[in-house]
Design a protein around this ligand. Structure first.
Ligand SMILES: *Cc1c(COP(=O)(O)O)cnc(C)c1O
Length: 401
């Protein structure tokens, strides 16, 4: 099944702007504005323990880095290149990239990578790299893949073939075999075949399921050469330390990997990391004399502050600490399954996932606990800030008639 092109749906563009937020002709009182913003931040922070439905780990506090908010830290172009301004945190950024390359099962020396604006930018760069090597290939992903995959395919002019998923949320490998074989039948390209670009989802949005990179790489081979991008936005660091050892990273056949920084790791701004096998990336060239930086990155100016947050978060953990953190979150997920079973909510959870699905409860419960819903199913994700106390209280609410 080929997915329809993205269309401009009829989403209303009107904004309901409270009058007190309007930026007008006259300067506003900065002290009053700051008080208002601190109130807002305080309210959002107090709500955090009840945000159960989303993959962002809210258990962090970078307020001791506040002085860094008074400088522009701009990592222009590649993290390995010099740049004319010299106000950057590229060394910290490289440390983050090397750490996560190891997490993803690679020798860091074999990997090109940088801190992105989020998982989506990583998917876009991964698929752009794939297209350079396999210009005739289709993109294959499951119906559980994130919509950013469809967006990237659309931007790059690639055809996305959406494949069915199994009950546990993983891509059905048999359907990949059939679809890629079919494409080779109609586009032989001198016997080599058009090739296949596969997006494996490592931690699907609704169930947190891990596609099997090794398996998918094998089945896609009926189309010719294969490029696999692992969209590990929410599940990469979890899969890396999960007891069932999902096959998800470079050691298992991925060519590129994208991870979000503000999900399981936790950061106060959306960010991420993209990792690509070095031998698949174009050679660096100086992008402009003005910046004196090479740029294989999508952005020119990039957030050096995001790099600092990720560096600081990962330095506090190290591989051992990250592992302990993941195992704790997995235990909380199992605790949630046990308690929700007792509460009669019929929870389901795929192997080593932090995502626990339940029957969609009453609307007030959904809203109070910020649960994410799709049809008759709601889910919670036991990332860092989700406590057993919160789960107990949710269970009490579910029992309330
Ligand atoms: C969150 C997510 C994305 C998008 O990542 P952003 O950091 O929000 O750009 C892509 N894929 C999956 C599986 C995700 O969970």
């Amino acid at each position: 099944m080929t997915s329809p092109p993205l269309t401009h749906a009829s989403v209303p563009d009107t904004v309901h702007l409270p009058p007190e937020l309007h930026i007008g002709d006259a300067p506003a009182d900065p002290a009053a504005d700051t008080a208002q913003l601190l109130d807002l931040a305080g309210a959002l922070r107090r709500e955090a323990p009840r945000v159960l439905g989303f993959p962002g780990n809210l258990a962090f506090d970078f307020s001791d880095l506040a002085p860094a908010l008074s400088v522009l830290i701009n990592n222009v172009g590649d993290p390995t290149s010099r740049d004319a301004s010299d106000v950057h945190t590229k060394a910290h950024e490289q440390a983050v990239v090397r750490f996560l390359a190891q997490t993803a099962g690679a020798d860091p020396d074999d990997i090109y990578g940088y801190v992105t604006t989020g998982g989506t930018e990583g998917i876009l760069l991964g698929l752009a790299t794939a297209r350079r090597h396999l210009p005739h290939a289709h993109v294959y992903a499951s119906d559980q893949a994130h919509y950013s995959v469809a967006k990237a395919a659309d931007l790059l002019g690639l055809t996305l073939v959406t494949l069915p998923s199994n009950d546990d949320g993983t891509l059905d490998p048999e359907s990949l075999k059939v679809a890629s074989f079919f494409h080779r039948r109609v586009r032989a390209y001198g016997g080599r075949g058009p090739g296949a670009i596969v997006v494996a989802t490592i931690g699907t949005t609704m169930r947190g399921a891990y596609d099997d990179v090794t398996e998918l790489r094998k089945w896609a081979g009926s189309a010719g050469d294969v490029y696999v991008h692992a969209d590990a936005a929410s599940g990469g660091p979890i899969a890396a330390h999960a007891p069932s050892a999902p096959r998800w990273g470079f050691a298992h056949g991925a060519d590129s990997v994208s991870i979000s920084g503000h999900k399981i790791i936790g950061a106060p701004v959306p960010c991420g990391v993209v990792l690509i096998r070095k031998n698949l990336v174009a050679a660096p060239t100086i992008a402009s004399e003005y910046t004196n930086a090479s740029a294989r990155t999508l952005g020119c100016s990039r957030s050096g502050l995001a790099a600092l947050f990720l560096w600081s978060a990962l330095r506090r953990l190290g591989h051992t600490g990250l592992r302990a953190h993941i195992l704790r979150c997995l235990e909380t997920a199992q605790y949630a399954v046990d308690q929700l079973t007792r509460a009669g909510a019929r929870p389901t959870r795929t192997t080593d996932s932090l995502t626990v699905c339940i029957d969609r409860p009453a609307e007030w419960v959904v809203r109070k606990w910020h649960l994410a819903c799709e049809g008759d199913t709601a889910h919670l994700i036991t990332v860092g800030h989700v406590t057993r106390t919160a789960i107990d209280e949710l269970c009490r609410d579910l029992r309330t008639p």
